[in-house]
Design a binder for this molecule. Sequence first.
Ligand SMILES: [Zn+2]
Length: 492
Amino acid sequence: MKTVKIGTTYKLVPKKLYLYNSIKASIEQLASRPGFFQSCESWCELSSGDLNFRTDVYDGRLWRDWKDFVHIPGNLLLMLNIDWFRPYKHTAYSVGVLYVVVQNLPRTLRFKPENIIIVGTIPGPHEPKLTINTFLKPMIDELIELWKGTQIKAPNSTLGVRSVRVALACISSDIPATRKICGFYGFKARHGCSKCMKAFPTSVFSEATDYGGFDREMWPLRDMKTHYENALLAKNAVTKTARTAIESKVGLRYSELLRLPYFNIVRCHMIDPMHNLFLGTAKHVTTLWKGSGIMCESDFIKIQEKIDSVLVPARIGRLPGKIASAFSGFTAEQWMLWVIVEQWMLWVIVEQWMLWVIVEQWMLWVILEQWMLWVTVYSPFVLKNILPSEHYDMWCVFSRSCSLFCRPFINNEEIVKADELIIQFCKMFEDIFGRHAVTPNMHLHAHLRECIQDLGPVFSFWCFSFERYNGILESFQKNWHAPEVQLWKSLF
Ligand SMILES: [Zn+2]
């Protein structure tokens, strides 16, 4: 609190405002639209029903573990994302947003802005450093009530009300946000991975931390029972000093999420492929190539010329257009296109384009000629004569792995193959650049397999939609006073 003089008197007012939007009220709002609950129940028809073939979140292991819950109409599973955006272009002011999506909705509807629930905005100017428990608490309180079941207003149902039960199924955010939500330590900790207990030797003499080594069978996985016990130990410490000592020893902090009786923090936090593969590794490798002179100015111009010469179908997505400026300012989407698009096209032509074009609804606009044009003109080998062979081979392995991981539908064999390739890439990278160039993102590549097995294709949980929503929020009209409050007023 801070003291403010109002007239001749002084009053205590909050230093910052945390604005919270009820999940229940938001679901009521969604339910006021005709067809909302029918859409939520359409997953039964949309699911492949095949244990080997994943078309969406409904075919993942997690959904199947919830099968008794989700088969009851009105029961909803949610996914949480938290991200920060900068409302002002030239200042470091950051506002956090808690987003929730209803996983029961079909993928074509789930991530539409009108179906994304904004639960709260974390006030700036700085991101909270360690945890965000203060901001999670109201949401967890409400989720505990919603888990018990409640009635909501539903004007489109016969009775005008509807029974619902709601549970949080998973979290998908970037790595720093996930750590703050779940209470994991950052990657600088000795046990800095949130999925396993591999020890990362701490740096000596200012050397970078060693994240190398991909002998995954040697990594003990974290388990929820131990996590819960250690987190409670930290929470119940008598003094702040004692708590910090315990947290440091066990490598984690208490999270409000632990109050949800059903939620497995260790399993249900996802590694977002968008940040992990594209903004993480693709960018890192390119930066190393630039920094070590493997790619120089003239190479970027050559690549740009090749790409500029391609006539691109307008709706196929934005092509990398900033290569001549040495990839500066690439967005996640551009990284994705750069890394995998040519592999996608080859896959469509060579393997099963019919299945892709017929079944994948959001790709229906693509006609065969466009695929052909894309594949034949935009060469999948644009880097071939530019990179040294060992770098080129490494990149191709990465690209093939990304293209498999990012398929709109994925079967078990493809997950296994993508995983093999990404581990192969990590080992090749380590051989070429050395252990100290390996990044935490590369270690996390080894855990992507489990996330896709649990949640299905990356499209069902990656963060592109939230990033786009952040872009919308960045552009709202505001002055220089409390932008989060102004944002709230413009939203509600
Ligand atoms: Zn790990």
